[in-house]
Design a protein around this ligand. Sequence first.
Ligand code: HEM
Length: 497
Amino acid sequence: MAWFWTTVISVVIVFHWFVQKLLNLTTTKKKQPPSPKGLPILGHFHLLGKNPHQNLHRLAQKYGPIMFLRLGMVPAFVVSSPAGAELFLKTHDLSFANRHPSQAAEHISYGSRNIASAPYGPYWRNMRKLSTVNLLSNIKINQFQAMRKGELGALVNRLRRASDNREIVDVGKMVTTLTGDMICMMVFGRKYGDSDLGDKGFKAVIEEALDIAAAPNLGDYFPFMGTIDLQGLTRRMKQLSKIFDGFLGKIIDNHVQNKQEKETQDFVDTMIAIMDSGEAGFEFDHRHVKAVLLDMLIGGTDTSAVTVNWALAELIRHPQIMKKLQQELDKVVGMDEYIEESHLDKLDYLNFVIKETFRLHPIVPLIGHKTMEDLTVENFHVPKGSSVFVNVWSIHKDPNVWEDPEKFWPERFSETNVDLQGRDFRLLPFGSGRRVCPGYQLGLTVVRLVLARLVHCFDWELPNGMLPNELDMAEHFRFVMSREKPLMAIPVYRLHK
Ligand code: HEM
């Protein structure tokens, strides 16, 4: 059998080499941005490495803020400056509003029926609107305020017990469980534990989905490789999709069975009602419902938790900044009360800390879009179907834009009114343009609330006499970029309450 595959792969490689030569011949007359030297067939795929955002940042220092790469059969433009990001995400927003099709979207997200990977068009617009109105609007977010308060209170109680026993806790894991519970309550109407998502457990399955979705997959850049699955990613995706499908199928069945007994509707009830009514005006069956539920589960669980984890790690590394934030929280709420959502708008320094965290640790370091038509940007020819990667991580470290960019320095935001909603192209943690994150308000509310409570209620000590500047801040690149090592710390309760 080995000879068969060797022959197939060789034929495919030779064929592909000819196609590429042909492509090069037809495109060389048109102006391309600077580009590093590539390899035959692979193009620049091998340059991405384990941490593509860092490697592309290094390449941009040499080749400039708009760089051309060929990833297998896909032409790609890498953008690493605020001006470049504005061109691609604002000036030509509509042309770049598509997503590159991926094996992950095909196998895990029900053939791109979710919002995040759906091609730009009426289906994507309708689904996005539906989710925004029924789950992510300010009114909906406020309806769940009491739930967030209850869940956060339970976490603080667990941490108080850890404080009494001088226990070392894995902060990231506890906060991920909290945000996972919050999003399950909002979307499914109840919490789900580890045993509910296959043998591996809830958190492990979500993490695996985030890892696989971000892994550079040969099948996405050489379509014929999808079936060969040299990296074994498709096999893992199919296993994961079975687990998710079983889990979401049970949730839908439960909602259908218990429909009569409920007073308030959760997001699943709303989606089922729209599906049953047949009034959606577009194709809408179980696959569409499941794909969007999965978007909300994955979008709502790790994003906020990972951001809180980065922020707390930076605060532990910078005790003066931690003190200053605690002073603000003490001044606004005192030592006898907990921080609530109603206090958040009074906490300016908290907002500076969060902006600075998003700047240094954007959890989506590379934002990927795809062109829907041939066009010219900055005199460069961009062929239809090209991928565009906005290297947000690189923009956030640009010394032409940020003074002392490697330094964690929240005060920098006291002078400038840089917003987080994608209107200012120097800071893009939620993206910008038509595809900007629809969970912005929910994500930011959870990050502000949880971080404020953790810092107000507790001092945080590092275990085994570790010094703040010894805390490892290495990154683990995946769909939501997290810390490579868990943040282990001892909470020390500090309030009088
Ligand atoms: C700290 C929290 C969060 C951050 C930093 C974040 C960041 C992002 C970014 C950078 C994008 C890509 C934007 C683009 O392509 O231009 C995105 C897309 C998306 N996010 Fe978020 N997100 C967060 C929370 C959430 C939450 C809570 C949800 C839902 C419960 C969510 C759902 C989505 C969806 C569905 C998309 C795809 C939008 C589309 O393609 O139209 N996100 N997010």
